[in-house]
Design a binder for this molecule. Structure first.
Ligand code: Q46
Ligand code: ZN
Ligand code: ZN
Length: 314
């Protein structure tokens, strides 16, 4: 197995590109793919300040590393979700990563700063954990970006993630979600721009990137994700990909090229928030007097904490 570029021994094969790469040329490929995604989708302008949502997993640490390698001004924000041992470990890894490099990392801890955690909020508000978690993360990342004067929030969603979300949305023809499934969402009505520069790279490539760059990341998955639909969609797509390499890329980028505009033009895309006011409690854009995040905090703060009994809770 030889590198496509230099013919030296290869360390990874990428079946959808029908090519093998040595370490140096694989790392370059990852940077090139991020640069291409940024350019193709006009994600970032020169001089933009970026806030990277870091979780301690391979994707978010890798995207932070790649953006810095490409010369962007990118700082990190980590949110301690209070999901037992999983959160302890991911927080430790994220802080170590930032410290070793001397990169600015802002840390918010739900328990310390807002007196709740994801498992407790889920129980109290009768939401599934990922819903309470997603609402908290979206709000806090948006607010930190606006308060810190950042131009965009960066997340580490990769091709496998986006193809799986698209698969789920397509299965149920959730047109309002399909309309918004672009790797860049412009700033609007007080919300910052959101960008996903890893959409041209897969999960396996991100793991390889971290190993080759010596990035220590949390391998364990969030224990709350076990059994969720998203993982099932990923498995299904992996089965298809194994038989027909390139299917995920064709599915996702074919959608962006040929279909997404139809959903945006036609049906309401669910993003009409032009009539938004501001939350009386936190000042964020909100359709109600109090935003959904503040309602969640109000109901969860101070409630008897839920003790996790699942793996990762120790
Ligand atoms: S961290 Fe939060 Fe994820 Fe865990 S509770 Fe669900 S949303 S699975 S990316
Ligand atoms: Zn090479
Ligand atoms: Zn609020």
């Amino acid at each position: 197995m030889k590198c496509r570029v230099c013919r030296e021994p290869a360390v990874i094969d990428i079946r959808r590109h029908n090519a093998n790469f040595c370490s140096e040329h694989f790392l370059r490929l990852c940077r090139d793919q991020v640069a291409k995604a940024i350019k193709d989708f006009d994600m970032v302008q020169p001089g933009d300040r970026l806030l990277v949502a870091v979780s301690g997993g391979k994707d978010s640490l890798a995207v932070w590393d790649i953006l810095r390698e490409l010369g962007y001004e990118a700082d990190g924000l980590y949110i301690g979700l209070g999901i037992g041992g999983y959160s302890d470990e991911s927080g430790r890894m994220t802080k170590a990563f930032a410290e070793q490099r001397g990169w600015p990392l802002q840390v918010i801890d739900l328990r310390e700063d807002f007196d709740y955690d994801v498992p407790t909020a889920a129980k109290v508000t009768k939401r599934v954990p990922c819903s309470a978690c997603g609402l908290s993360k979206r709000h806090l990342f948006d607010q930190a970006a606006v308060d810190g004067g950042y131009d965009a929030v960066v997340t580490g969603h990769n091709l496998d993630d986006e193809a799986a979300v698209l698969f789920g949305n397509t299965l149920r023809w959730q047109t309002e979600y399909l309309a918004r499934q672009l790797p860049v969402l412009p700033a609007r009505n007080g919300f910052p721009r959101k960008v996903k520069p890893l959409v041209r790279l897969g999960e396996r490539e991100m793991a390889a990137y971290c190993v080759l760059r010596g990035i220590d990341y949390i391998v364990e998955e969030c224990p709350m994700a076990a059994g969720n639909k998203h993982l099932g969609y990923k498995d299904a797509l992996n089965t298809i990909e194994a038989q027909s390499p390139g299917s995920k890329q064709a599915f996702y980028f074919g959608f962006l090229d040929r279909a997404v505009a139809r959903f945006a033009d036609g049906a309401s895309d669910g993003s009409d928030d032009s009539g938004l006011g501001t939350c009386r409690s936190c000042g964020s854009p909100s359709s109600g007097e109090i935003c959904a995040f503040c309602v969640l905090v109000e109901r969860s703060a101070g409630a008897q904490p839920v003790v996790l009994t699942v793996k990762g809770s120790s």
